[in-house]
Design a protein around this ligand. Structure first.
Ligand SMILES: [Zn+2]
Length: 241
């Protein structure tokens, strides 16, 4: 696949919806709890695996340990939006990209200035009190230590993210499905065609073209119409200026 072909496909698209994969966040410096090395390191230091900690059951029963991990590993490694996200922002400004859908929780597209984002697993930038529902921003969490408590009712505040054992809110699935249905081109960045995000969204796609830009080669690549193997941060700025 030549870059010129991708460039032409993007130029010919009128309504692009982008599926933003998890490796985009990792490449921006965000913590990757699925990475085996960091997973081992987390278990050494916290006594639990990242999968165990990142669950609703753990948050409810070991709230202090959850926040020790969460503050250090998640909030400590928020990363910065890379050139791929800045290119997507330009594509949105130009009316090319109409929506960005992601399972990543780091708020990267929003920080890049992208307006229409469907964050299916929520964002570490938003919080609420599980008891009274009062909402908080990340700034409040960063100003506190230990378990963050609600200023109204003194119950623990939690991040608006989907933990293991929790469901994606229905309205977000409906919103993502609606966006994908309206697209003529699906732009899959930084994940495979068999990733959960792609699998969740692709069944709603009625457009003509799927473009996949991902570093990792996979047997599922042939489900896309145009495939380019490379990091989205290296490729996207070259095909859209
Ligand atoms: Zn409260």
């Amino acid at each position: 696949m030549k870059l010129r072909n991708l460039e032409n496909a993007i130029r010919d698209s009128r309504h692009i919806v982008c599926l933003l994969g998890l490796s985009v966040a990792t490449d921006c410096g965000c913590f990757d709890y699925r990475d085996r090395d960091s997973s081992y390191d987390v278990e050494e230091r916290y006594g639990y695996s990242p999968e165990e900690i990142f669950s609703a059951a753990f948050l409810n029963t070991r709230t202090k340990q959850f926040f020790d991990y969460y503050r250090e590993e998640i909030l400590g490694k928020l990363g910065e939006p890379g050139p791929d996200l800045l290119t997507l922002k330009k594509m949105e400004d130009d009316g090319k990209v109409r929506a960005v859908i992601t399972r990543s929780i780091y708020g990267l597209p929003q920080r890049a200035g992208i307006k229409h984002v469907v964050a299916m697993h929520g964002s570490v930038y938003n919080y609420h009190c599980a008891h009274c529902g009062r909402t908080y921003t990340i700034d409040h969490i960063l100003k506190t230590k230990g378990i963050p408590l609600c200023q109204s009712c003194e119950n623990p505040i939690r991040p608006d993210i989907v933990l293991d054992g929790e469901m994606i809110p229905n309205h977000l699935i409906t919103e993502a499905a609606g966006e994908v249905e309206r697209a003529d081109t699906l732009l899959v960045l930084g994940c495979t065609m068999k990733a959960t995000l792609t699998q969740t969204c692709i069944k709603y796609f009625e457009g003509s073209r799927i473009i996949l830009i991902n570093e990792e080669e996979d047997y599922s690549d042939n489900a896309a119409d145009l495939v380019y193997h490379g990091k989205p941060r290296d490729v996207l700025p070259k095909i859209y200026r």
